[in-house]
Design a protein. Sequence first.
Length: 133
Amino acid sequence: ADLTSESHPDLCFATTEDAALGYLMGPSHTAKLVEGFMHVARVTDWSKIADWSEACEAWSAAELTVSDDVPPMCYADRAEYREALAAAGFEGMIYDDAGPCNGYEHETIRVWGTTCWTLARTAPTSTASLLAD
């Protein structure tokens, strides 16, 4: 599969609202009130999302190098690694990621294609809850 074209969007979803809100603050991750929209997506029940172990198996079968010293997010950023997962039948990958400026860790689901997720709702939000801590 050609995962570099616009016909196969590569999207990342944070798995919690708090993790997603940090992206509203932007790369500086400075404490400021920012308003925006929260888009809640659901991965469909039939989607095949690779965990780290499944991803490593698919990459090994494709003869791609994997090192324990390299964070999973770095592999997910490389098209040839996503293409190997797609060739193995996966529509996405779940992994530990870092927020803006590596300010915090959170879980990410990265998907390619448009059939493995649906938009559940969109609602206005702000970073007020993050600033209250």
